[in-house]
Design a protein around this ligand. Sequence first.
Ligand SMILES: Nc1ncnc2c1ncn2[C@@H]1O[C@H](COP(=O)(O)OP(=O)(O)OP(=O)(O)O)[C@@H](O)[C@H]1O
Ligand SMILES: [Mg+2]
Length: 388
Amino acid sequence: MAPLTDEPLVLGIETSCDETGVGIVRGHTLLADAVASSVDEHARFGGVVPEVASRAHLEAMVPTIQRALKEAGVSAKDLDGIAVTAGPGLAGALLVGVSAAKAYAYALGKPLYGVNHLASHICVDQLEHGALPEPTMALLVSGGHSSLLLAPDITSDVRPLGSTIDDAAGEAFDKVARVLNLGFPGGPVIDRYAREGDPEAIRFPRGLTGPRDPIYDFSFSGLKTAVARWIEAKRAASETVPVADVAASFQEAVVDVLTRKAVRACKDHGVDHLMIGGGVAANTRLRAMAERRCEDAGITLRVPRPKLCTDNGAMVAALGAEMVARGRAASSWDLPADSSLPVTEPHVPGAQREPDAHDHSAAHDHSHGHGHSHDHVHELSKQNLYDA
Ligand SMILES: Nc1ncnc2c1ncn2[C@@H]1O[C@H](COP(=O)(O)OP(=O)(O)OP(=O)(O)O)[C@@H](O)[C@H]1O
Ligand SMILES: [Mg+2]
């Protein structure tokens, strides 16, 4: 079907971590999704090195924008707006995207829209399955976040029901992969090994699923430690570590808790659909178990195709286009890059609020829906830089 010409044509720029993403959409139609990743440059450190990521964004930015325009077959002068991830993410990496977006928007005379990376991970599903229902129930699972969110309006009102009190789901995949010497990032490789393994082989703990535990919060740190101890014990006894069984059993524990809590949230809030977004939503077992459990509960599942789950520019363009369609005000030229932008702020109008106004020390304070601010990435990188 040809896209309607009155739908907004928006270019989105994503640079919050190690992917330079530039996407172009017209309303809910994806026209281009160009991504340049620096993941290989970080692999030997076992985590993303912020300075390496920033420099790679700088080098990739202009060619990736040109590639996206060519792929979409549109001219920059026809754009209705330029959207950019204003946070959360790595400060230096975000700054490259925000600066580029301002430069293009100013030079072309187009409105600028600073958007939230996490809300973008949800909004991207409009490119796959059409308009999001309101409210939307979303399970956001990525390298830095694991949250259950209720969004009455993805452009202005996102409410956290619960989130991880320690590691994010993707972070747990990355750390377990490291213990198994499977390299970085861990999610895709564990997903692959798990297909050959038995998910019932080892009964790993399901965090925060006791009767007195918070219903919508997650915890993956205990699981990660349990897996590491189990592997250590095998190695100490000079026994072979059954990698596929460990991968499958670990993955099963993560996926079991995520899907159980997400379905519970839908039932409790009378929402008949569930959206899953973020890099971990690419996991094949998560997709399969969510499909089954949602079907049993009469819930419609919406998960974008794997390429749209991991970081990309199309998701930013999708949220930007929604902002334009709903007549949200453009951001001012003093739009800041905010490394710990809370999920409760999908749209960033400008610097009228100090970037430091929210408490950065509350990165783990799930009750306020604050971001993880990629602390895991820094910790991992420093540790591995010394090990390397
Ligand atoms: N198939 C998969 N199974 C499980 N995890 C996966 C899979 N593919 C990717 N991941 C995980 O997804 C994470 C990356 O997702 P994403 O790019 O959304 O995170 P991020 O942008 O670093 O974090 P955030 O979005 O919170 O800022 C990594 O931890 C990676 O291991
Ligand atoms: Mg992400």
